[in-house]
Ligand binder design. Structure first.
Ligand code: NAG
Ligand code: NAG
Ligand code: NAG
Ligand code: NAG
Ligand code: NAG
Ligand code: NAG
Ligand code: NAG
Ligand code: NAG
Ligand code: NAG
Ligand code: NAG
Ligand code: NAG
Ligand code: NAG
Length: 593
């Protein structure tokens, strides 16, 4: 992402950087690229995901929120609008629809939407073309229902764009909320047979029994407390180094029986490709001018007062100017339009939080360099039959953590390996009107990162693996299992790049291959789901500084999800800016070939 300051500093660096390709810039603009066929009709850019189960339904209400053209918005406060839910509208599900369009040339930009200071979407824009592009994002925001039902709130959208003679593209964005009354429309979709959603409210017993789910959209909280900044520069916290951790005081209602913190995060500037940053020693020894260093472990750490309650190694979302921008047209990278947020179960900590005093939620990024944009929402479920619930921690042990680094290099060639592990277990009981339930939470995180430079630093190979295992179990004090949820998430990433000098000054030929994927298995007492979403891209480009002059690329994405109710598979191939094959099937892998 390129706020203008960054552009300037990179421009200053380039004459030096160009003399030493090993850490070539990894973020490009296509403004000099005119190899395209002029179609004169704008093209749609997509992120491949599964459609929402109620996409085919007619919304009971539609509320346009905001239409704005983001031109030269650098250093301006967010664009705001007043929000009140539609009156006389029965709804149980809500979708935020972003529709965007742009033409000309422009870098990708990070953007976010907040309602009453609580983030509801983190997104990034695709880089436009002269013929124009457009795109749509639909996100289920039911988990924010407790906010969406309030009136007279401020909706804020932050998107800092820089428009000048070269970067001409403005971003035209419309935001709309669609409200669905899924319940009154019956079981239109088996997957969405949550006729229970409405009953959840006000009945902790039922909610825990009937949805059997920790999925926030299936079981929205009664109250959300934003852990976010004041808003003049957006409600996210800007973190430039490890010591920039922020702490915000919260005081929660005394009848809270469940708490989950949801973390939003994106990485920019010198840390946009944090996973491929080499160690400082390599940069110093070779006197490389790059600031993209301090590689290559990062972890977002969430604290409650002095206790670490959880951590996140974020999925490596690649923005549309990243690595090779030709890879991301017109299919953007995983998560680019809807960056994942990460939930951390905090119920075992209610014993600390329910003393009526102010406690401090902390957000920080271990090993960070400039810069990260982080904020969070504290989701709370309240017992409406009691003014006060009792809670106590049974087991809290400081998470075990290990990080090993191995550096081997000679001049520009070498190999850097990092292996990290974190493990934590928390137990606590909560005695609400529903009974005395004990929550067991276990969290395991494994991180492996290898960067290899060869051929005098002109070839770079990155391999990263992240594996997360989360378990949450809730038992009644008579030993009955109320809930048992497991999540296993893996996200391997592989990037190889060879850089050859071009005949002209400051020009390079870069040949790149990339494989990025996310595999996720979730289960609870009744339901299992498995997702495999992978992208493979390869291609070359000829660049001068940050500009792509020519190039060619092919990409292939395979998205498959299988759960207790059925399957959805989509395979999309694209080449040089166009989709060449796009097939969707509802057959399960075992049934199809
Ligand atoms: C232009 O379009 C033609 C026909 O669709 C196609 O054969 C050709 O490869 C395209 N050229 C580029 C540069 O995309
Ligand atoms: C609310 O909606 C119901 C059902 O659609 C309708 O009968 C009623 O007149 C509406 N009330 C108002 C105040 O609009
Ligand atoms: C935004 O909404 C306006 C008014 O409905 C419409 O004219 C425009 O095309 C929309 N723009 C986008 C990018 O969807
Ligand atoms: C975008 O397209 C419109 C309509 O074709 C045109 O008037 C405008 O100049 C274009 N903007 C850029 C930055 O190319
Ligand atoms: C919202 O604000 C308007 C104007 O200030 C006021 O008339 C209205 O009563 C408010 N509504 C609610 C629900 O607070
Ligand atoms: C229910 O679904 C039908 C058909 O899908 C649609 O016509 C109708 O408007 C929907 N009703 C509501 C309240 O969403
Ligand atoms: C909730 O589940 C437990 C265990 O399955 C059961 O004993 C209890 O009766 C259920 N409560 C309700 C309200 O269904
Ligand atoms: C907590 O537990 C006690 C005894 O087990 C019970 O009498 C009391 O009602 C419970 N408190 C709440 C808030 O439900
Ligand atoms: C390695 O690259 C550096 C910087 O480009 C250059 O000065 C040096 O001569 C190269 N070494 C070899 C063996 O090619
Ligand atoms: C709740 O259950 C735990 C574990 O069974 C027990 O230690 C605790 O005393 C109970 N709390 C209340 C208020 O009954
Ligand atoms: C969960 O499974 C049990 C037994 O298999 C079934 O009785 C219950 O209805 C299921 N609950 C949901 C929410 O599907
Ligand atoms: C498109 O993809 C499908 C499934 O991946 C494959 O069966 C089919 O042969 C492909 N079609 C073309 C024209 O490549």
């Amino acid at each position: 992402m390129h706020p203008s300051l960054l552009l300037l500093s990179l421009t200053l660096l380039l004459p030096l950087a160009a003399a030493s390709p090993p850490d070539h810039p990894s973020h490009f603009s296509k403004h000099r690229l005119h190899l395209r066929n002029t179609t004169a009709t704008p093209q749609e850019y997509i992120e491949v995901t599964r459609p929402l189960p109620f996409d085919s339904l007619t919304p009971s209400c539609t509320l346009p929120l905001l239409s704005h053209t983001f031109a030269n918005t650098i250093n301006l406060p967010p664009i705001t609008a007043n929000y009140s839910p539609p009156s006389n509208c029965t709804w149980s599900r809500a979708v935020l629809h972003l529709s965007g369009a742009s033409n000309g040339s422009q870098y990708d930009r990070i953007a976010a939407v907040w309602l009453a200071g609580a983030e509801i979407l983190r997104t990034s824009t695709p880089e436009p073309t002269d013929d124009g592009i457009f795109w749509n994002v639909r996100k289920d925001i039911t988990k924010y229902s407790s906010i969406l039902r309030q009136s007279n709130l401020t909706l804020a959208v932050m998107l800092e764009n820089v428009v000048n003679d070269v970067y001409t593209g403005v971003y035209r964005l419309n935001f709309t909320v669609l409200y669905y009354d899924v319940v009154s429309n019956g079981t239109t979709n088996r997957r969405n047979q949550k006729s229970t959603i409405r009953k959840l409210k006000n009945n902790p017993v039922r909610s825990q029994n009937s949805t059997n789910s920790l999925e926030l959209n299936e079981n929205p909280a009664d109250l959300i407390i934003p852990i976010s900044a004041s808003g003049d520069e957006g409600f996210w916290f800007r973190i430039e180094r490890e010591t920039d951790a922020v702490f915000q005081g919260v005081q929660i209602p005394l009848n809270t029986y469940r708490a989950v913190i949801e973390v939003y995060v994106s990485f920019h500037g010198n840390d946009e490709f944090w996973y491929s940053n080499p160690p400082d020693a390599y940069i110093e020894m070779n006197k490389l001018p790059t600031k993209r260093g301090h590689g290559s472990y990062r972890e977002v750490v969430v604290k409650l007062d002095d206790n670490t309650v959880g951590s996140v190694i974020p999925f490596p979302v690649i923005f549309t100017g990243g690595i090779n921008p030709l890879f991301w047209e017109p299919v953007v990278s995983i998560g680019a339009f809807d960056l994942p947020s990460y939930g951390i179960e905090m119920t075992p900590f209610l014993g600390m939080l329910l003393d009526g005093k102010t406690h401090y939620v902390g957000l920080g990024v271990a090993d960070a360099i400039s810069f990260w944009l982080v904020d969070a929402n504290l989701h709370l479920w309240l017992d409406d039959k009691a003014d006060k619930v009792q809670a106590q921690a049974v087991k809290y042990s400081s998470p075990s953590f290990s990080l090993e680094r191995e550096l081997k290099f000679q001049l520009r060639d070498g190999k850097f390996e990092i292996e990290g592990k974190r493990k934590s277990e928390f137990i606590g009981w909560v005695n609400s009107s529903a009974g005395n339930f004990t929550t067991y939470v276990s969290h395991k995180l494994k991180f492996e990162n290898t960067i290899k430079f060869s051929n005098n630093g002109t070839e770079k190979e990155l391999k990263q693996k992240v594996k997360v295992t989360d378990k949450v179990r809730v038992e009644s004090n008579t030993g009955v299992l109320i809930l048992s949820n497991e999540l296993e998430r893996k996200y391997p990433l592989k990037i190889t790049t060879s850089t050859l000098p071009g005949s002209e000054k400051d020009t390079y030929l870069m040949i790149t291959k990339l494989e990025n994927s996310i595999e996720e298995e979730t289960s609870n007492l009744n339901f299992t789901s498995s997702l495999e979403n992978s992208q493979k891209s390869e291609g070359w480009m000829f660049v001068k500084d940050h500009d792509v002059l020519s190039g060619a690329a092919t990409s292939y994405q395979s998205y498959g999800v299988e759960d207790s109710f059925g399957c959805y598979n989509r395979r999309v191939s694209s080449a040089n800016g166009y989709i060449t094959n796009d097939t969707t099937s509802f057959l399960c892998a075992s049934a199809s070939s």
